[in-house]
Design a protein around this ligand. Structure first.
Ligand code: IPM
Ligand code: MG
Length: 360
């Protein structure tokens, strides 16, 4: 088997410590399945700004382009969050990366582990069995549209939401294909009662829907969708939506299962895909060995799925689930009065569950 080349972009805050756990798990599974993996580390985010002046240096881009997949930790630093005038921001690194790698599809699966049901902010009967995927458009919309910026006197600021037909087509088609692999239900979320871009989304996706008669297709306004996610999350199978709506709805969706720290994601498109937890850099926890590494580890599972090794992806997911069921979890998931495990202990336990081939 050829060597698998994985770029490691740990980034800021808790990024490096959760990345260490994912690498531990990937090494263990590679050992077991006799896979050769080579890692290339690269800078991104605030740490990259500090060391190179750029949040996504060219050298990092080259490393990503040459890799088979990118594992990404987190970016962001309070220094920039508290300085609205900062010219260069860590988040620009992630946005540049998505754009330059052409990663137009962001896939965020949401499900609920039965042993964590009581951690959910929802009543158990509402959340039990919920299992859906949000397909978020990632390289267009208000995140990138021009013009954007401030008026000369600084008193006015503007962002522009732009979507071209081809951008909508490719993401909606990807979402229909995803639905075909699942329960064959797709809900397109927009704000077509107000926004011109959303009306174009509707036209384009109505057309594509005709190619997928087996998929139960529906449309929902984003404000209603935000409410439906709370009231009846089980109605969803695949949700497809634009960049900004997807950003907001996935943070909302992520806590339904009990913790933001559990959710993985993949961003795929033209060049190398990125696999990253959906949470941020959690600076308050950085260096304390307390952050939940499971979203990062589950992102590595999605990496293997994407590289057509979903048996490995499944093995990683099973090991994570075994640890959750055993209560081997960090403070965000620990039950009152029970032992709280550290980041590295959770990483060790997941690796051990894989290494033993038995569920601990
Ligand atoms: C996400 C994040 C990013 C986004 C930030 C860090 C730029 O919130 O991946 O959801 O808004 O896309
Ligand atoms: Mg977000």
């Amino acid at each position: 088997m050829n060597t698998l080349n994985i770029a490691l972009l740990a980034g800021d805050g808790i990024g490096p410590e959760i990345m260490e756990q994912a690498v531990k798990v990937v090494d263990t599974i590679a050992n077991k399945h006799k896979l050769n993996i080579s890692y290339s580390k690269a800078l991104v985010g605030a740490i990259a700004i500090e060391q190179t002046g750029q949040p996504y240096p060219e050298e990092t881009h080259q490393i990503c382009m040459q890799a088979d997949a990118v594992l990404f930790g987190a970016i962001g630093h309070p220094k920039y969050d508290n300085d609205p005038n900062a010219k260069v921001r860590p988040e620009q690194g992630l946005l540049a990366m998505r754009k330059k790698l052409g990663l137009f599809a962001n896939v965020r699966p949401v499900s609920c582990y039965s042993s964590l049901i009581e951690r959910s902010p929802l009543k158990p009967e509402r959340i039990e069995g919920a299992d859906f995927v949000v397909v978020r458009e990632l390289t267009g919309g208000i995140y990138f549209g021009q013009p954007r910026g401030r008026s000369e006197d600084g008193l006015k600021a503007f962002d522009t939401c732009v979507y071209e037909t081809y951008e909508i087509e490719r993401i909606v088609r990807y979402a229909f294909e995803t639905a075909m692999q699942r329960d064959k239900k797709l809900c397109m979320v927009d704000k077509a009662n107000v926004l011109a871009t959303s009306r174009l989304w509707r036209m384009v996706s109505d057309e594509i829907a005709k190619e997928y008669p087996d998929v139960e297709y529906s449309k929902m306004f984003v404000d209603n969708a935000a409410m439906q996610l709370i009231v009846n999350p089980k109605q969803f199978d695949v949700i497809v939506t634009g960049n900004m709506f997807g950003d907001i709805l996935t943070d909302e969706a992520s806590v339904l299962g009990g913790s933001l720290g559990l959710l993985p994601s993949s961003s795929i498109g033209k060049h190398t895909g990125i696999f990253e937890p959906i949470h941020g850099s959690y600076p308050q926890a950085a260096g304390k060995n307390i952050a939940n590494p499971m979203g990062m580890i589950l992102s590595a599972a999605m990496l293997f799925d994407h590289l057509k090794m979903s048996n490995i992806g499944t093995e990683i997911r099973d090991a994570v689930e075994a640890c959750i069921n055993k209560g081997i979890v960090t403070e965000d998931l620990a039950k009152a009065g029970e032992k709280v495990y550290s980041t590295s202990e959770v990483g060790d336990a997941v690796a051990q569950a894989i290494g033993n081939s038995v569920l601990i």
